[in-house]
Design a protein around this ligand. Structure first.
Ligand SMILES: Cc1cc2nc3c(=O)[nH]c(=O)nc-3n(C[C@H](O)[C@H](O)[C@H](O)COP(=O)(O)O)c2cc1C
Length: 371
């Protein structure tokens, strides 16, 4: 990536600030609150996909900065709901990490943020982008974009309740007629958020249409100091370059592109370091599959056999494995069976040619009002 190689200090330095490792490329690092992130490329949450095992496997490939968990229901988190506790499970190697919370209730969000701080989490992200009816119906997710006073008050309450950096992930607005993100970003900055991630679509769009880079740019230009992280449709080095150049954003969050190409972060780090981006070998790709499942087993034991099945189509396409092997990957019941499938995959990958993009993360379809 071209550009002036300076550390972009986006917010006042905290008293306990220590400068980044001089070995680290200054172009590559950036700061959110008191957190120095090793890369400008972060993992956007994809509920159901960006779980602990995937994050760890991805981090081992290199180049990934901040990762954010799937959205976690604030109320259920503080009540100790098993699923929510599972979503926030982490590991010393799973750093830097932010936990994303959602709710239509201010008090529950504040309580959840306090709880996270008390349990040593380093960052909390508020979801203001989720388009799903069950979240919006309770006043959470993208619904918060519809009432700037309410959303700003909420942000203020959370920021004043904790010392860890509070960030917001939002969309451009509810629909084309209400593109509120520049105004909201300004107000959230005044309320004390440490960074904003902006997905360049409205709630009305869902995942349809191209991402609006000008809309992201307007949001970037609206804030004074805090970093704005651009998000949406970044799947290649060129997409990332365009996102940075057109929008002027400080950093980029990548969601589906990380599923399409887990090596994208490493490639972006290569470019930042001035070397040719390395493509993974076929062996490396199989190793990633094995590592993903192994890490999942560490967390979930035998249940991981069932949990891993949803990745069968994706790995099948990625590795070009024949239908029968993909089918077995969708049905295996033990580690022994998994190992035997891997043995076959090592011998037979590349036999089938399926465009990886067809196995990309599914998004809801149909009218967004019915999601
Ligand atoms: C299956 C799926 C699950 C998602 N889950 C979340 C979520 O939990 N929290 C959130 O803020 N955004 C979520 N998103 C939105 C993504 O983080 C991101 O904003 C969007 O996919 C656009 O970026 P991308 O093109 O890089 O994927 C989800 C998107 C998808 C497709």
């Amino acid at each position: 990536m071209t550009g002036i190689r300076v550390v972009a200090v986006m917010s006042p330095l905290p008293s306990n600030f220590s400068p980044p490792d001089p070995q680290m490329s200054v172009e590559a690092s950036f700061i959110i609150g008191d957190r120095v992130l090793p890369s400008r490329y972060s993992l956007a949450p994809l509920a159901g996909y960006t779980h602990l095992a995937f994050r760890r496997a991805l981090r081992e490939l290199g180049g990934l900065g901040l990762a954010t968990t799937d959205l976690v229901h604030a109320t259920q988190l503080v009540c100790g709901h098993r699923h929510s506790l599972e979503l926030i499970e982490t590991h010393p190697e799973d750093r830097p990490l932010s936990i994303q919370i959602f709710s239509g209730r201010d008090d529950h969000l504040v309580e959840a943020a306090r709880w996270l701080e008390a349990h040593d989490y380093q960052g909390v992200d508020i979801n203001m982008g989720c388009p799903m009816a069950k979240v919006n119906g309770q006043g959470g997710g993208a619904r918060l974009l519809c009432d700037a006073d309410n959303a700003s008050r909420l942000v203020e309450k959370i920021v004043s309740a904790v010392r860890i950096p509070v960030t917001v992930k939002m969309r451009l607005g509810w629909d084309r007629e209400s593109l509120a993100s520049p105004m909201l970003a300004r107000r959230f900055e005044a309320a004390g958020v440490a960074a904003i991630t902006i997905h360049g679509r409205t709630r009305q769009q869902g995942f349809q249409g191209g991402v609006d880079l000008e809309g992201i740019r307007a949001t970037v230009e609206a804030v004074e100091k805090i970093p704005v992280i651009g998000n949406g449709d970044v799947r290649t080095i060129e997409d990332a370059e365009r996102m940075r150049q057109v929008t002027g954003c400080s950093a980029i969050a990548i969601g589906r592109g990380a599923m399409l190409d887990p090596w994208l972060f490493r490639k972006l780090a290569d470019v930042a370091a001035g070397i040719a981006p390395r493509e993974p070998s076929a062996d490396e790709q199989v190793e990633f599959l094995v590592r993903h499942f192994t890490l999942m087993s560490e967390q979930h034991g035998e249940r991981s056999c069932i949990l891993f099945r949803k990745f069968a189509a994706w790995y099948g396409a990625r590795l070009g494995v024949p239908e029968d092997l993909e089918h077995r990957l969708r049905q295996f019941e033990s580690r022994t069976e998994f190992d035997s499938i891997i043995h076959e995959i090592r011998n037979r990958h590349g036999e089938r040619r399926t465009p990886i993009a067809t196995a990309l993360v599914r998004v809801p379809n149909g009218p967004v009002e019915r999601w």
